[in-house]
Structures are given as structure tokens and as C-alpha cells.
Design a protein. Structure first.
Length: 219
């Protein structure tokens, strides 16, 4: 009995390895913020766009009844950060005083459940990992001149966010091009709270969404 169980286990492992296909995917995209107003603590425009670029590398277990199950390590970086305009009321006039740029880096794991093995193969994805980034504030000439008239000075700010654990969920589809190459598109929603690494800062929602398009190659 033990011998049969051992043989069965070897067969299962062998089949799993045989049908595990490694792949590398790279993508670019566009997204927008859904931040809590308290994240920055300044009067900004309501939303900001950004351009993510990223890579996914891992294995997909193929030959399953519904399609395939993929396990990937993902790196996602905001090549163009979230950009906000800050406005303040100075002597009765509402003027732009600074630009705030927030970067986001995600390093984590993603699971993709893919349905079908045809030309179009829809999938859902769930991920989790570390969110990193920084905030840069650059003041306008109007703001600098106004403060100088008050006998003070302004300096641009450059701050890091504390690393935070967050999640992302999404869905998309693969488009099979060849035996080892395919295109994919996906929508991803990031769920995370972030906190500036400065004294007195508090954690606030930094949720955001993105649409990716990319290419995936079997390796």
C-alpha cells in the first residue's frame, strides 16, 4: 500500500512538472488615483493619472479541466507618477502653489486563474505584496515670490512613504498568438493604505486602478 501511494505521488509530481509552463510577461498601462484626501493633506485636484510599467515571471499549471492556474512574481513601477496640482487662497486669490508627484512601486505575488485554451482566454487575478514609493512637492514661482514677500523661504520637498502591505484584484484576457507568445490585457485595482515617513503623518487610503496591455512569452 505504501509503495502504491509513493508511486502515485511520484506520478502526480511528474505530471505537475511536465505541465508547468514558465513564462515572462512585460506590460505598460494607464491608471488613476482614488486616494483619500488625507493622504497628502493638501487641497489638490480630485484625481491624477499615472503610467505603470511592469513584469510578471512565473509558472502556469496547464492541462487543468477549466484552463490553467498561474503563479507569478510581479514588479510594477509608476514610470510616470501620479501628478497633482495644489491650490491655495493667497490674499483672496485662488492660485496654483505647487505640483505634487507620488510614485508607486509594487513588489509581490500574483495568482491568475485562466479559463479556456483557445484564442481568447479570460482570467481573474489576485495579488498581494509590498507597496513602496515617494512624494515630491515642487513650488511654483508665484508661491515662492509670495512667501519671500513675507520674509520667508520655501523649499521643495522630497519624502518617502513607509512600506505597506496591500492587495490587488483584477480580470483580463489572453490573446494567443503562437505556441510560445501571446498578448494580454487586464484591469487591476490596488487596495492599500500608505503613510509618509515623517513625524506626525497618518495612514490613509491610496487605492488606485490601472489597465495594462502586454506581451507574454514562454521561457
Amino acid at each position: 500500500m505504501k509503495r502504491l501511494l509513493f508511486v502515485f505521488t511520484l506520478v502526480v509530481i511528474f505530471q505537475t512538472v511536465m505541465f508547468a509552463q514558465p513564462s515572462l510577461g512585460v506590460y505598460v498601462g494607464y491608471g488613476a488615483s482614488s486616494f483619500d484626501d488625507n493622504l497628502i493633506g493638501l487641497k489638490t485636484s480630485s484625481s491624477a493619472g499615472y503610467l505603470p510599467v511592469g513584469a510578471q515571471v512565473g509558472y502556469s499549471l496547464t492541462g487543468l479541466p477549466f484552463g490553467s492556474l498561474g503563479f507569478f512574481a510581479e514588479f510594477d513601477y509608476s514610470a510616470v507618477p501620479f501628478s497633482f496640482e495644489v491650490f491655495e487662497n493667497l490674499e483672496g486669490t485662488n492660485i496654483k502653489t505647487s505640483d505634487v508627484k507620488i510614485s508607486q512601486t509594487f513588489i509581490g505575488a500574483v495568482i491568475k486563474l485562466k479559463f479556456g485554451v483557445g484564442f481568447f482566454n479570460p482570467f481573474i487575478r489576485v495579488g498581494g505584496g509590498a507597496y513602496l514609493g515617494s512624494l515630491k512637492q515642487e513650488f511654483t514661482d508665484d508661491a515662492i515670490n509670495y512667501v519671500q514677500q513675507q520674509g520667508q523661504t520655501l523649499e521643495n520637498g522630497d519624502f518617502n512613504f513607509k512600506s505597506a502591505f496591500g492587495f490587488n484584484i483584477g480580470a483580463g484576457t489572453d490573446i494567443r498568438v503562437g505556441k510560445v507568445t501571446g498578448l494580454f490585457g487586464e484591469f487591476v485595482y490596488h487596495i492599500v493604505s500608505r503613510e509618509l515617513d515623517v513625524q506626525g503623518a497618518s495612514s490613509a487610503s491610496a487605492n488606485n486602478w490601472a489597465a495594462h496591455v502586454g506581451i507574454q512569452i514562454a521561457i
